[in-house]
Design a protein around this ligand. Sequence first.
Ligand code: SF4
Ligand code: SF4
Ligand code: SF4
Length: 316
Amino acid sequence: MTKLSEDKLTFSKLRMPLIIMGIFWVVAIVLWQTTGKIFFIFNFGYIGTAIGVGTGLYAALPRKKKYQGRRLSQLLVGVYMLVFLGFIEFENMQIEGFFFYLLAGFFGGATIHYLVAKVAGPLFFGRGWCSWSCWTAMILDYLPFPRNKQGRLPTRWGNLRYIHFALSLGLILVLWFGFGHRVQPGGSTTELYWLIAGNALYYAVAIILAFTLKDNRAFCKYVCPITAFLKVTSRFSLLKIAGDAKKCNDCGACEKICPMDIRIIDYIKSGQRVLSTECILCFECENVCVPGALKSTWGFDCGTNELLNMKKKPAK
Ligand code: SF4
Ligand code: SF4
Ligand code: SF4
């Protein structure tokens, strides 16, 4: 297959963007019909269309420019969630907001968002949220360190995310049961303050970490509490990256570009798809690979081994 035919836009390449858009519109219509709230048509219709446009652009662009489709999707969804739902509608989309709404028994934007994008969605699309929609990553991906050249910090640093998760949950439980704090249906200025303070803290920590460790995605790798959900269900993701050992020439380009430091070649050599729960389905690896050696496929598999490129210890 020539490079030209790889870059050529065909209807089959647009099939996935159309399916994704269709799924969101079905969810929108079902929720609208069952709850009677027109908001669901607007919300899921918009998100599905935004991701559809982003993935469509990704399909249409040549390999070197495909990342622009992903960035567009990330921007369209991220800005909508943070600015419209958060700052204008006063819905706290942070994990702390989700815990509050869950305790209050509200079935609204944040609750549905977490259940769809961060719990059930990863069973199908893995951690696609992290590449195509996250409002934190939509800023991080513009920082100057898209590749982590040193490898990952020791595994124990990844436990920070679980500590963060426990602290967030603990704080909400103390406020709820200890101080009687309650959230209002439809949002309130208190939710807005939570959202502003929480996001400011997340962005500050994420940007400081990115510059300190020279790695845009350091916050995702060690600190983000959302991964406590994402890493559980994305393990079973039907969509994963698959390698063809016969076509792979061991050039290493995929591992060099992978923002999550995954040992893609070792997965290929062991005859497995990329089973790592660190994979964010950015498809950067596919775009630097020789035609046919790497592609995203549907199937059922899971594994417990995390094959990651770790930081080398200095020689004594
Ligand atoms: S790991 Fe967290 S901050 Fe990073 S992209 Fe995923 S949800 Fe966003
Ligand atoms: S970029 Fe492709 S060919 Fe090169 S090592 Fe990775 S999978 Fe193999
Ligand atoms: S394995 Fe490929 S798709 Fe997964 S994070 Fe790495 S570059 Fe992205």
